[in-house]
Design a binder for this molecule. Structure first.
Ligand code: SPD
Length: 303
């Protein structure tokens, strides 16, 4: 799949936001909200799933009242999670995505022509079904791409049971560490992800906000540094997430090969990106806030 999804630059508002109710994620006494309407909402076996429509960012998805994605800002998140990993790994034939039921991460992975097979393992079938029907622009062609194999199932069990060295890239696109995603942030899970990597492989995970989830962020990076010897967070923005300031963390078996994008891989995707570029990536890895640098240095020696 080579076509890039439409730009997620916000378009002028077509409705007066004051005329619509606010849809908020409330986190530690702060509301992160969009004016919009609820399109549908249902409790699945795992969580409350909500599809909304807003004038500012288009249609979006919340899980248990927390923002996951929206049509006109999802590229901030998905490009940052995917391209440092896929432009850094030695090979990218086999990719595993845990979570990511909206399809945005798979879509970005499949823009790389060297990806031959992608396992997408999402625990909640309702998230996939509603993303396919209501948020089709986010998954774009991923759902019909013959390289994609979708499994609705438990990603934690998947990484436990998959053979050693079976993937070139492992990407974790889960929600916050509560509910079904809680087990995506612990040592046993990360050790399995490491075990699944082939030589030259890269691991990537969303690693929460350095502001709104400061301790989770620090603990996640520190734990990945223990499991992989080295791990590097990259900092960017997802406007509707708590604080808007977000992070993604990368690790590899053989050193920080994800820090610099391989030119031939970058060339295949950069023109279709809204946010990511090799230059943006360098700056985003360099943009570690001072308090994180100090806390990580105190937790373990610098990589
Ligand atoms: N606080 C929100 C964290 C959500 C991370 N995953 C989003 C899914 C987008 N594919």
């Amino acid at each position: 799949m080579s076509a890039a999804p439409p730009p997620d630059t916000a378009t002028p508002m077509e409705a007066t936001p004051e005329q619509e109710p606010w849809i908020d994620e409330i986190h530690e006494g702060v509301r992160y909200g969009l004016a919009g309407r609820v399109v549908c909402e249902e409790r699945s076996s795992f969580q409350r799933v909500t599809i909304i429509e807003s004038a500012r960012y288009g249609k979006g998805l919340l899980l248990d009242g927390c923002w996951m994605t929206a049509e006109r800002q999802e590229r901030h998140y998905h490009e940052a999670l995917v391209h440092p990993a896929l432009c850094g790994a030695e090979r990218i034939e086999r990719v595993l995505v845990i979570g990511g039921g909206d399809g945005g991460t798979a879509r970005e992975c499949l823009r790389h022509p060297d990806v031959r097979h992608l396992d997408l393992v999402e625990i909640d079938g309702l998230v996939v079904a509603w993303s396919q029907s209501h948020l089709a622009a986010i998954g774009a062609g991923c759902w019909t791409d013959p390289r994609l194999r979708l499994t609705v199932g438990d990603g934690i069990a998947w990484v436990r049971e998959a053979p050693d060295a079976s993937y070139d890239v492992v990407i974790v696109d889960g929600s916050d560490p509560a509910g079904p995603a809680e087990g995506l942030f612990n040592r046993a899970f990360f050790e399995h992800c490491r075990r699944l990597l082939r030589p030259g492989g890269v691991f990537a995970t969303q690693s929460e906000s350095p502001e709104a989830f400061r301790q989770v962020h620090l603990d996640t990076v520190a734990l990945l540094r223990e499991v992989f010897s080295r791990a590097d967070p990259l900092y960017g923005w997802v406007p509707m997430y708590p604080s808007g300031w977000w992070s993604w963390t990368f690790a590899a078996l053989d050193g920080p090969r994800y820090l610099e994008a391989r030119p031939e891989r970058a060339a295949a995707v950069a023109a279709g990106c809204e946010i990511w570029s090799p230059r943006w990536q360098r700056g985003a890895f360099a943009a570690m806030p001072a308090f994180v640098e100090r806390a990580l240095a105190a937790a373990s020696p610098a990589p």
